[in-house]
Design a protein around this ligand. Structure first.
Ligand code: HXC
Length: 262
């Protein structure tokens, strides 16, 4: 019952893992409105599917995504983008419950960099290139890049990226803490590693995983006191789950936990 899309591919490479591959090779996966609508639909489907525990988002070896579609944006006027709420649907994915892992190879520029930053974990291939080149087009980042980069890598580096449009290598992005790691060389390696990571996460109790994602994300929105309180409340709530009873019983009985996601 796999849906047929025009701009993306979806699959389940391992039990519990949903994989979405951006697939506009001729445009280096430029994020057109039709592509983004399909992406949101596929993400919503995986998020709603009880058999899926984590999702991987990737592009091609050459490009994760080279940005929003410049040809589509070129002739738009203020009245068009304002009235039609251009890019408002880009934030939909930040409300997903399930962990989303970006497997980035090649160009992640402009909206492509911002798309990676909206994911929960970024794995980079040694060939990955990140950048916010919007300044060269007479605009600024519009998909959250200025805000998420500032939080991820600090003000000075973000200012340099946003104001000069300079691309940064995977090695710089790793040193700056923008990605969780650089994987080994080779085509498809980053996707394989991301799928393995997603499979690992999918093997845990899903309620705890989703609560873990929720509390970490709260660190970006709340004061420390509010965040600590929110964490403790959700921590308390997990004692109402069967998975907590199972997880702790399994430890004491020296066996592997068998989570039921209840
Ligand atoms: C539309 C794009 C595109 C884009 C590449 N292409 N990026 N089309 N929108 N963002 C198309 C090219 O026009 C070309 O198609 C084909 O993909 C291959 O690209 P080339 O430029 O020929 O490849 P190459 O010489 O290898 O250069 C790769 C590149 C370059 C360095 C990534 O394509 C590039 O600079 N792209 C634009 C990067 C960018 O400025 N991104 C930010 C976009 S603004 P044709 O048919 O012409 O051969 C943005 C705003 C975000 O993202 C706001 C909020 C979301």
């Amino acid at each position: 019952d796999t849906k047929q899309y025009s701009n993306i591919l979806t699959s389940t490479p391992e039990a519990g893992v949903g994989l979405i591959t951006l697939n506009r090779p001729k445009a280096l996966n430029a994020l057109s409105s039709p592509l983004f609508a399909e992406l949101n639909e596929a993400l919503a489907d995986f998020d709603a599917d009880d058999s899926i525990g984590a999702i991987v988002l990737t592009g091609s070896d050459r490009a994760f995504a080279a940005g929003a579609d410049i040809k589509e944006m070129k002739d738009k006027k203020f009245s068009d983008v304002y009235k039609n709420r251009f890019l408002e649907n880009w934030t939909t994915m930040t409300h997903l419950r399930k962990p989303l892992i970006a497997a980035v190879s090649g160009y992640a520029l402009g909206g492509g960099c911002e798309l990676a930053l909206m994911c929960d974990i970024i794995l980079a291939s040694p060939t990955a290139v990140f950048g916010q080149p919007e300044i060269n087009l007479g605009i600024i980042p519009g998909g959250g890049g200025s805000q998420r980069l500032a939080r991820a890598i600090g003000k000075s580096r973000t200012m340099e990226m946003v104001l000069t449009g300079r691309n940064v290598t995977a090695q710089e992005a790793d040193k700056w803490g923008m990605v969780s790691k650089i994987v080994g060389e080779g085509e498809g390696v980053v996707v394989k590693e991301a799928v393995d990571l997603a499979k690992n996460i999918a093997s845990k109790g899903q309620i705890a995983v989703q609560a873990g994602k929720e509390v970490v994300n709260a660190a970006y929105e709340l004061t420390l006191a509010e965040g600590l309180r929110f964490e403790r409340r959700l921590f308390h709530a997990l004692f109402a789950t069967k998975d907590q009873k199972e997880g702790m019983a399994a430890f004491v009985e020296k066996r592997k936990a068998n989570f039921s996601n209840l």
